[in-house]
Design a protein around this ligand. Sequence first.
Ligand SMILES: Nc1nc2c(c(=O)[nH]1)N[C@H]1C(S)=C(S)[C@@H](COP(=O)(O)O)O[C@H]1N2
Ligand SMILES: [Mo]
Length: 325
Amino acid sequence: MVGNRNFSRPSWQLPESCATPEEVFFNRRQFVKLLGGTGIGAGLSGFGGIDFAEASEDPSAGLYPVSRNEAYTIERDITPEELSTTYNNFFEFGSHKQISSAAQALKIRPWEIAIDGMVDKPFVIGIDDLLKKMPLEERLYRHRCVERWSMTVPWSGFSLAKLVELAKPSSGVKYVRFETFQDSSVAGGQKQFWYPWPYIEGLTIEEATNELAFMVTGVYGKPLPKQMGAPLRLAVPWKYGFKSIKSIVKITFTQERPVSFWEELAANEYGFWANINPDVHHPRWRQDLEQPLGTNERIDTQIFNGYAEQVAHLYEGLKTEPLYR
Ligand SMILES: Nc1nc2c(c(=O)[nH]1)N[C@H]1C(S)=C(S)[C@@H](COP(=O)(O)O)O[C@H]1N2
Ligand SMILES: [Mo]
């Protein structure tokens, strides 16, 4: 049930991303209960003991807010910050949603990103130097988890295409591979040996240079909080959320298709492409509905999460590939 390559993994060790929607809804109810009917945002300062003041100590704090690129707005309501920053998937800090407190152990300065593989000249760049080189903007994006909950998020960051330009890849490059930090002394989840750490994700070079592929460095007009993948994460909003890899330390240009963390664990459930499609279901649950976090709504899943206009052309010549898993 969890992928033939891991047949020896006991079934009780199902990853949390396989949580039933019922569990997701239950967690949301718990959260609403914690709010105690005083309304979203009220009385949250002490919630979970999370120190949200931390963001103001981030050396990049002065860069935000950045101006919104109006080409990327959506009709949906923005998900309340208090929800999206306390209900997270970041398995490095635990295989459940309440990792925001544990994630504060991550040290995000100094933070270096290695750019290597098939490039003009491999290099390492500090996050603050990278931030100086890149044109920052805000974009409102949908974010849809394979577990069926969704959010609308005001990401700040820069187009991945700009970073590809900076890297100067050689002409034969087919894929971009991303890698998350590895340090089990701060990320207790990485002591769970049955996961194939570090977290890896990948895109084709065409996907990586599509206008929608976005490197995120901030959210809600502030530096990105650690639980959301500070100081640098990916956002590919036409794909399921697991593609949007957090806390990136290495970006490799290659001819070989990367095997992602989830694909390594369960290739039949979480493939390389993971494009959102209401008609292609997860082997264990349907995908035609989604639930925006913090609401009781169930809304129709849209092909490519509503971004067909920007990305459908990427897949026209690839009819034999399992594009939706
Ligand atoms: N390194 C890393 N990146 C990750 C994950 C993770 O566990 N580790 N979870 C993914 C999943 S399943 C989702 S849905 C999104 C969640 O992002 P959010 O917590 O900011 O909403 O991050 C993705 N990126
Ligand atoms: Mo997810």
